[in-house]
Ligand binder design. Structure first.
Ligand code: SIN
Length: 318
């Protein structure tokens, strides 16, 4: 069988779905906006393996009322509510600017119902410059769509199927950790036709202001991200890789602050990494992860990072 992920011309570059990624370090949806603020003010985003843009719905969304963000021990809660200008605006006004950079653009797709998911997908299918789609079935902060689609395997299976029928582009499904067994939703996605899985979105959490004696987040709950969720994400990547091995590419996201966190995801089975919350306190974090991975490969004598993918599974416990 042909390998789904193949090394390319440098220790960090690879090919997947017929797309060349210059490295496995991507920015996570919602944590890097559409990439342009960083590109115009801080650094050339062409250095990144890919940029995954903020979730796009068909109609623009205002998002949730404040307070939308709260700092927590080793992490943060967010409840943005998928604020975005709508897919048509994105394609017309933002994508042409983003396409000036030599990085892979992946669009995160959201809908309140199946029809909206399909409409957004069809629109992005026609958009030159968007290489792949990431299906958001895991946002915990919306009343309709998001996690409502991603927690029931049958609903998820049929949504992924509908979305796959609406596009020829690769579809990655971003899964929620807020389920009893991640293998149920991973399997439903793969059987529905997912080309790859993105693990994990945020964990549902709450923080309470003890002076005001009420939840800090306006919607009461929010999605927990940051270093606190690294072990949960690594465990879920490991579990899904254990079932599918190299047959289903896994993109690891959750708690990655530096290259050593990223290596945990890779050793568990991820072929690419998304850097999320770390961007909020250090927008250079993705570049540091790239450099750290390069140095690690040299120091350990590996010729390509793919040699490390899933390696933590090789240890047999007697
Ligand atoms: C949000 O916009 O509320 C977060 C998006 C997500 O968790 O997918």
């Amino acid at each position: 069988m042909e390998r789904k992920v193949k090394p390319s011309d440098s220790p960090l570059s690879f090919e997947m779905f017929g797309i060349r990624f210059k490295n496995p370090v991507w920015t996570a949806s919602g944590c890097f906006s559409y990439g342009l603020e960083v590109a115009e003010n801080l650094y050339d985003i062409s250095q990144l393996g890919a940029v995954v843009v903020k979730g796009l719905s068909f109609k623009p969304r205002q998002g949730n009322p404040p307070q939308r963000i709260a700092e927590t021990p080793c992490g943060m809660l967010n409840s943005i509510g998928l604020q975005n200008p709508g897919v048509e605006y994105f394609v017309r006004e933002i994508l042409p600017k983003l396409r000036e950079y030599d990085t892979v653009i992946i669009a995160n797709v959201f809908g309140e119902d199946r029809e909206e998911y399909v409409k957004v997908t069809e629109h992005l299918d026609r958009a030159d410059g968007v290489s792949a789609l990431e299906l958001n079935v895991s946002c915990p902060n919306v009343k309709k769509g998001g996690i409502a689609f991603g927690s029931d395997p049958e609903t998820l299976y049929s949504l992924v199927k509908s979305v796959k029928q609406a596009t020829g582009k690769p579809v990655l499904v971003k899964l929620s950790p807020n389920v009893t067994n991640i293998l149920d939703t991973a399997t439903a996605s793969v059987e529905g036709g997912a080309d790859g899985l993105v693990l994990i979105n945020t964990l549902l959490g709450m923080a309470i202001d003890v002076e005001k004696e009420q939840p800090i987040i306006g919607m009461k709950t929010g999605g927990l991200s940051g270093p606190a969720i690294l072990p949960v994400a690594v465990r879920m990547v490991y579990q899904v890789y254990e079932k599918y091995g190299a047959d289903v590419p896994i993109i690891g996201v959750g708690g990655i602050s530096d290259h050593r966190d990223g290596l945990q995801h890779i050793l568990a089975g991820a072929v690419a990494l998304q850097i999320g919350t770390a961007n909020f306190y250090d927008p250079y974090a993705p570049l540091k992860v790239i450099k750290g991975l390069e140095d690690h490969l040299k120091r350990k004598g590996y010729s390509h990072f793919l040699e490390l993918v899933g390696k933590a599974h090789k240890l047999k416990i007697n």
